[in-house]
Design a protein around this ligand. Structure first.
Ligand code: NAD
Ligand code: ZN
Length: 352
């Protein structure tokens, strides 16, 4: 089967840090022997895209001109000569990790997220804010044919990341997890994955509307960070003294991360996911030692985590709360994101 591929396509291009988000006609990229070409139909907009656009993390390998995006969902339209396991017409997901070296110690252990030679869509190579994206056939996510391409995008970064973080917390069914940033792209999925894993959820975010949204998604309790003075005390009250086994921080707020280490119980785990630029965390050594608390970073997920996270979505257990807009609206999406106004995730329709 072969599909007609146009020579040019629409894309959002950024020429330099914080530069204009230009909606342009560009060439459809060529593919390498190990790559597939995915006709991206929809792509989620992650807070990491906002950081990459501005180069908030002072990434030295950032590509320019750059096409952002790493939550792409689409259809395979061509394949390099070395590609195995894919067919034209397959549904594919384009994630943050484009490729890893496959030979280092971490890749050998199936911990390829720590590979030092990884290439990243929307950071070190072009991403999914375009209609045709070339991606490594090994790391691309295989999606079932009946999946809803419009709403699966957010699973490919937000979903994988929070699912992997929740597993890393080792919290057990019936235990409490506090999710800070619960109404955002990652948080709105974290609540649902936590429920799937049998965990009880307290969501933290700001404002009444976000509180209602969080509860609809399955959180048992909401703490408004704009009003709460003592979050640790509130967590103890809500859990009736049981305490929280885990805290998952999915905010881009250093202050929120600092608070996270104050409200897990002894033997609890704090999972750091949100990436506020240049943020530092200061921990009281005595209470961390005596309470035997673990503080752990968690970064996207492996191929295996991807298959599992997509599986929950494909079985209808996770719903992505999305709002669909055209690619030309990405600037407005970033504005709302910076102001903390988004409920769930924006998804870009690449045809507009
Ligand atoms: P988002 O903007 O959709 O959501 C962030 C949420 O945090 C918002 O709802 C906001 O209101 C809330 N918030 C802000 N300050 C808060 C505070 N003090 N307390 C509680 N909530 C607060 O962002 P997102 O796309 O979900 O991404 C969140 C963060 O995770 C970003 O820093 C992003 O770069 C990072 N990220 C990390 C990974 C990883 O692999 N570790 C993967 C994806 C995203
Ligand atoms: Zn992301």
């Amino acid at each position: 089967m072969s599909v007609e591929i146009p020579k040019t396509q629409k894309a959002i291009i950024v020429d330099y840090d914080n530069g204009p988000l230009q909606y342009k006609d560009i060439a459809v990229p060529p593919i390498k022997p190990n790559e597939i070409l995915v006709n991206i139909k929809y792509t989620g907009v992650c807070h990491s895209d906002y950081h990459a656009w501005r180069n908030d993390w002072e990434e030295t390998n950032l590509k320019h001109p750059l096409i952002l995006g790493h939550e792409g969902a689409g259809i395979v339209v061509s394949m390099g000569e070395d590609v195995q396991g894919w067919e034209i017409g397959d549904y594919a997901g384009v994630k943050l990790i484009n490729s890893t070296c496959l030979v280092c110690d971490y890749c050998q252990q199936g911990r390829e997220t720590a590979c030092k030679l990884q290439t990243l869509h929307g950071v070190t190579c072009d991403g999914t804010f375009q209609q045709y994206c070339a991606t490594d056939a090994i790391q691309a996510a295989q999606l079932p044919h009946d999946i809803d391409l419009k709403s699966v995008g957010p699973i490919l970064c937000a979903g994988i990341t929070v699912y992997t973080g929740l597993k890393a917390s080792e919290a057990k069914p019936g235990q409490w997890v506090v999710i800070s940033g619960a109404a955002g792209g990652l948080g709105s999925l974290a609540i649902q994955y936590a429920n799937c894993l049998g965990l009880r959820v307290i969501g933290i975010d700001g404002g009444k509307e976000k509180g209602e949204f969080i509860k609809q998604l399955g959180a048992e309790a909401f703490i408004d960070f704009t009003e709460a003075n003592d979050i640790a005390k509130l967590v103890m009250e809500i859990t009736k003294g049981a305490g929280a086994q885990a805290a998952l921080n999915v905010t881009s707020s250093e202050a929120s991360i600092q608070q996270s280490v104050s409200y897990v119980k002894p033997y609890g785990t704090v999972i750091l996911i949100g990436l506020p630029p240049q943020a530092k965390l200061s921990i009281d050594v005595m209470s961390t030692v005596v309470d035997q608390v673990t503080v752990r970073g968690s970064y996207v997920g492996t191929k295996r985590d991807t298959t599992e996270a997509v599986g929950f979505f494909a079985r209808g257990l996770i719903k992505c709360p999305i709002k669909v807009v055209g690619m030309t609206e990405v600037g407005k999406v970033f504005e709302e994101m910076a102001e903390g106004k988004i409920l769930g995730r924006y998804v870009l329709d690449t045809s507009k």
